[in-house]
Design a protein around this ligand. Sequence first.
Ligand code: RIB
Ligand code: CA
Length: 322
Amino acid sequence: MLKRKVIIDCDPGIDDSLAILLAILSPELDVLGITTVSGNVTSDVGAKNTLHALQMCSSLDTPVYEGEKYPLVRELVTAQDTHGEDGIGENFYEDIKDINIRNNAVDFIIETLHKNENVSIIALGPLTNIAKALQKDKEAFNNMDEFISMGGAFRVEGNCSPVAEFNYWVDPHAANYVFQNLPKTIHMVGLDVTRKIVLTPNIIEFINRLDEKMAKYITDITRFYIDFHWKQEKVIGCVINDPLAVAYFIDRSLCSGFKSFVQVVEDGMAIGQTMVDVADFYKKEANCIVLDKVNEKRFMNMFLKRLFKDHESIIDLILGGI
Ligand code: RIB
Ligand code: CA
């Protein structure tokens, strides 16, 4: 099988960490590098957290690049209330030593797009790195294959304002710049589909019978996130947004949607909102595929089978097959 080359741009972050596991443990992908951006936590903390996820899948040789620390215009607002002070559930793991974290994420993105054919980008955080790279060298993105972004919200309420999703609310100027200037269609994996991806206590109970080390890591980093979900949204479990963006990149049939012209509101009370011109008021060419339907059961089946290899049949038995 020809592996698809990807850059993962993220703000780990608990669900980002789960997405990194999925990407590294999926045979379809060749992860050329992981770039971090400030969002859930600052980009330097996100880079350290990335190493813990890579260590979990014995992949510390995957290069990690620390990226932009501040949004293009707004003051940085992080999400430690959701992800914990350390960004991964307040486990306060000891830093992984002797691994070189590089600090030129934007240049890495540009150089990688120039040097390789068919590199795709899966963006799981605010789009600050992507916007900076696009401003610096738009030509590089003509060489890019696909662009998947976890972010935005179409017909569902926001998660950091009534209308705005966190990634695009943190840096709306970067998000809108990317939406208006990227020379490729944006696959927007927004809250319309990710809210349906819930890691439940049942699933956590189940995976702890499959593989102690991986299950312990997932259990430990999600506990804080589950508590937040109960306090904030009276959800039992936690919404794991980012792994769906990775899974959709691998298996396009997991989600469906429609093409539309989308803008991101840069200021005012609706700051960060994705304005989806579904009625074509502006008569502008579609710049985005808005995903609004998902097969959450097939996602969870795929997610668990990648993270807990050799347990396919019991996963089918417990999750009810696909
Ligand atoms: O709104 C959810 C998104 O914001 C996820 O990517 C989460 O990790 C945060 O970055
Ligand atoms: Ca994220």
